[in-house]
Ligand binder design. Structure first.
Ligand SMILES: [Zn+2]
Length: 352
């Protein structure tokens, strides 16, 4: 009965959220109930729009419920992170430059393509606000829909909780559902995208994303991170297995790694690999705890460094993926620093 109630509340909640977004005029009825059906992912009528006019603009995925998610009092993965980002965007008018996108209403079937039923059950038990975990995934899926149907050229998902540590073992590293992995698989199924590149510049290794695609040659995973930090995975010799061998690239960086070091890793290891892989869609696990002055990291990447990293990944997307690029917020635990890094990242995404 409790489970039935949870499911009912979740669906009711998502439906209400959709209605609110429509009421605010962000989206059309077709946006929500045409492309965003609650039925299982369909392969029909969902070809990429290769031949249409070049998409323009940058989507910004956000739901106000992302500000309500808490793990516990005083936890660094706090609502203050996103509040700071939004305040900064408003203060410089950046919120007027992006196209606001709300969450879709069909997260569950996409989640089941990555996570086991027992993991989903654990999330519902462990998270004090599991519906926000669903809503984060739903936001990620909306971004895929908007980018893959050419409504926007690229998008940034300002969502919480983050996802790149999530496997099938319940909450791990502040993550519940692996937003970026779920989004990648969803894009492959719904839009027949064969090859997805996932770039992870978070200070911590994206162990959950590595796990999701370790034997899968259709997803190239590239991660820079501090090997000695949580979760102490991401060894360079872990290159994938079976048909996925060679499609998992781990580049540990030293303590105090700065712009020069991380940019060098991207230029010498990501760019040639991406050139060979030729991705049709590019996703970023955009963790800004690799920024200088972060509470949980000890790298020294500057906001200008994040702008340059964004340029590099955009160049890959432009060359191979029709500029289709979506970034998902992961870490970043100095709220003021996070806001400045997101600003630098967004300004580059907005550049034509
Ligand atoms: Zn992190």
């Amino acid at each position: 009965m409790r489970k039935t109630n949870q499911l009912y509340s979740r669906r009711k909640f998502l439906k209400q959220t959709c209605s609110t977004a429509i009421g605010l005029g962000f989206l059309t009825w077709t946006d929500w109930f045409g492309t965003h059906s609650a039925s299982p992912i369909s392969l029909e009528h969902n070809e990429l729009n290769y031949n249409k006019k070049r998409p323009r603009g940058t989507g910004f995925v956000f739901e106000k419920q992302y500000l309500s998610h808490t793990i516990c009092e005083g936890h660094p993965e706090s609502p203050q992170r996103l509040r700071s980002v939004l305040r900064r965007m408003q203060s410089i008018g950046l919120d007027q430059e992006v196209r606001h996108i709300g969450a879709s209403d069909h997260a569950l079937s996409a989640i089941e393509a990555i996570h086991s039923k027992s993991h989903i059950k654990r999330v519902e038990q462990e998270a004090t606000d599991a519906y926000i975990c669903y809503l984060a995934v739903a936001g990620a899926l909306s971004a895929i829909d908007f980018v893959c149907t050419g409504k926007v050229r690229n998008a940034f998902c300002a969502l919480r909780p983050p996802g790149h540590h999530a496997r099938n073992s319940g909450e791990f590293g502040f993550c519940f559902f692996n937003n970026v992995a779920i989004a990648a698989r969803y894009a492959q199924k719904k839009y027949r995208i064969k090859k997805v590149l996932i770039v992870d510049w978070d200070y911590h290794h994206g162990n959950g994303t590595e796990w999701a695609f370790y034997d899968d040659p259709s997803v190239l995973f590239f991660s820079t991170h501090r090997l000695k930090a949580f979760p102490q995975t991401g060894f360079p010799e872990h290159e994938g297995k079976g048909k996925g061998y060679g499609y998992n690239i781990n580049v540990p960086l030293p303590s105090q790694a700065d712009d020069r070091i991380i940019l060098n890793a991207f230029e010498t290891q990501l760019l040639p690999a991406a050139e060979r892989f030729e991705p049709e869609l590019v996703l970023i696990s955009a963790g800004f705890d690799s920024r200088k002055d972060d509470l949980l990291g000890d790298f020294s990447v500057t906001d200008d460094g994040f702008a340059k990293l964004t340029d590099l990944v955009m160049s890959v997307a432009k060359t191979h993926a029709g500029s289709r690029l979506i970034s998902f917020l992961e870490g970043g635990y100095n709220p003021n620093g996070l806001a400045l890094a997101v600003e630098a990242h967004l300004k580059r995404l907005l550049r034509v």
